[in-house]
Write a protein that binds this ligand. Structure first.
Ligand SMILES: O=C(O)C[C@H](O)C(=O)O
Length: 209
């Protein structure tokens, strides 16, 4: 990753980098450090993919079009990621009023393990179609200045109470890359889950350092 960052800096100093390599949160941090690029131009992809999986499982549960399901998955790309059920809707109707808690808990758990489920089904290798489609969605938002509200792995400097870490959070993606990190109000339980996820990311960052 170090040499990749160095080559990008040398040949495309004005580019945006969207990282899609596991462990993706820590890898995005590595690219940020090695490239010397500003934080708005170094972005990681995981939340769009994890949210797409969450939305798919909800759509299957309710037998509705996935187009009408919205949600956010925050935190690191791993088993501790935080699908924010409280901010998730089907056609504007809160999911918590449509799906019993035990079924929602099962969907959250399946989302967290979604990457592993695909890897097991494939037998070897890694998911490729959905991660690539997620990457395209993010790049399109930047290249076409769409100002989309999408979850990105963003560098945090105080947002959500974290400092010096790349973590999945809701962002506005436009011509400036990450133009804003959107801070949602979290319950104590949601914040505790995000803290656990951030801790897991910091542990991986420490291994890569
Ligand atoms: O490659 C993997 O381990 C899975 C990947 O992170 C995914 O979520 O599809």
């Amino acid at each position: 990753m170090k040499s990749v960052a160095q080559e990008i800096t040398k040949h495309s100093p004005d580019s945006f980098i969207v990282v899609l390599t596991n462990p993706v949160d820590a890898m995005t941090y590595t690219i940020f450090k090695e490239s010397g690029f500003p934080k708005n131009r170094v972005i990681g992809q995981s939340g769009v993919l994890d949210t797409a999986r969450f939305r798919t499982f909800v759509a299957q549960e309710l037998n509705l079009s996935v187009k009408d399901i919205t949600g956010f998955v925050l935190g690191g790309h791993g088993d501790d990621m935080v699908p924010l059920v409280r901010y998730s809707y089907a056609g504007g109707i809160p999911l918590e009023t449509l799906i019993p808690k035990d079924r929602l808990d099962a969907i959250v758990e399946r989302t967290r393990k979604g990457g592993g489920e695909i890897v097991n089904l494939l037998g070897n290798g890694s998911a490729y179609y959905a991660p690539a489609a997620s990457l395209v969605e993010m790049c399109e938002a930047i290249l076409k200045d769409q100002r989309r509200v999408l979850p990105s792995i963003a560098y945090l400097e105080g947002e959500y109470g974290y400092e010096g870490i790349y973590l999945g959070v809701p962002t506005i993606l436009g011509a400036g890359g990450i133009e804003k990190v959107i801070e949602l109000e979290l319950t104590a339980e949601e914040k505790a889950a995000l803290d656990k996820s951030a801790e897991a990311v910091r542990n991986v960052m420490a291994v890569l350092a």
